[in-house]
Design a protein around this ligand. Sequence first.
Ligand code: PLP
Length: 430
Amino acid sequence: MAILSHSIDLDFDRSHLWHPYTSVTNPLPVYPVSRAYDVFLELEDGRKLIDGMSSWWAAIHGYNHAVLNEAIVSQMQRMSHVMFGGLTHEPAVNLAKQLIALTPHSLEKVFLCDSGSVSVEVAIKMAIQYWAALGATSKNKLLTVRSGYHGDTFAAMSVCDPVTGMHSLFKGTIQEQFFAEAPACRFHEPCTEEDLADIRMMLERHHWEIAAVIIEPVVQGAGGMRFYAPHYLVMLRELCDSYDVLLIFDEIATGFGRTGRMFALEHAGIAPDIICLGKALTGGYMTLAATLTTDRVAETICSGNPGVFMHGPTFMANPLACAVASASISLLISYDWQTSVRRLETGLLTGLEPCRELSSVLDVRVLGAIGVVELYRPLDMAVVQKQFVDQGVWVRPFGRLVYLMPPFIMHDEELGILTAAVCNVVKTMR
Ligand SMILES: *Cc1c(COP(=O)(O)O)cnc(C)c1O
């Protein structure tokens, strides 16, 4: 196939393209990928890497999946996009039906938008418009916990961890919000009133100016890959209710099975007022996110002035993205994904366990199809990245964290190669 024989212009890439969180004048090397299928990324030189990242939580079914490809192709032959203002279409309606059926039954109203960060902006706007409609205009700030990550746009950044989120850099530009201590009770440990003392105090003092608490349920992702006790959320729900503050769950990373439940909130058995979904929503094919809320929140927003919700992106409910999201959800619920995730959990536990003994390792933890090796010291990304590629795997650590979140379809043998590669690389650290 002639089209594959073109080589990627790496010099041009190096001189002109920004990559995530990277210098454009002195960038780290990037690896040219020519195709991806199943759990493999194929580099231009023909090397095949086993993918340990699911392209940042997204590609749960692996790459180049026949069912997902077909969903996009057949939708494209009808229409790729039409504006959502004044028009609607089957892919959006079908996807909304699926999302309402899968999420807690109180979440009934769906806003489809471009990306995870935008869905967080939408959730924050919903919370502020809710209180404005009730005449509580002072309630326009957010309360969150440290070590969180909610995206890179300004309102989302304002609720990211203030240190790792580099708030000092944008001081004066980003809204100052309230931060409580991160949940300290670990996933399998009990959680007591004491663990919520800080957040309770913040609510007590500031509830009159707080629209909502925003938090990643059970798993704090990019802010530190921390897993905390579901019972924390049960108590937080009660606190939010008693202080009249809305609760927003950011399930962008955790949604669609990653933690062993369809949504991480199911570990706690409670529902938020607003939920953000993204990443695995389209099975990693396209950018799309959704913000769902309750009838109460939606109706209150629309009862106020101006009586409408103030958001409407150009590519809202893009039919291609909605079609592939629907297909991805149908695919997920068509098989016993819980058993796959449990199998990966076991493989991650046994495969990463040997790392625990290493002197460079602070902690090893696994939840669902997420495996984390936390080191004492940050590692040198350029060196480590090459070590992984040389071993035939794609793993992208950050800071002191080496972590795996493989596609659910990965076989035990491939997972064994991945976890062995992690242990081999971590062994070289000191
Ligand atoms: C990735 C992520 C976001 C941001 O989503 P984007 O699609 O990158 O904008 C927000 N919250 C959480 C928890 C995430 O993991």
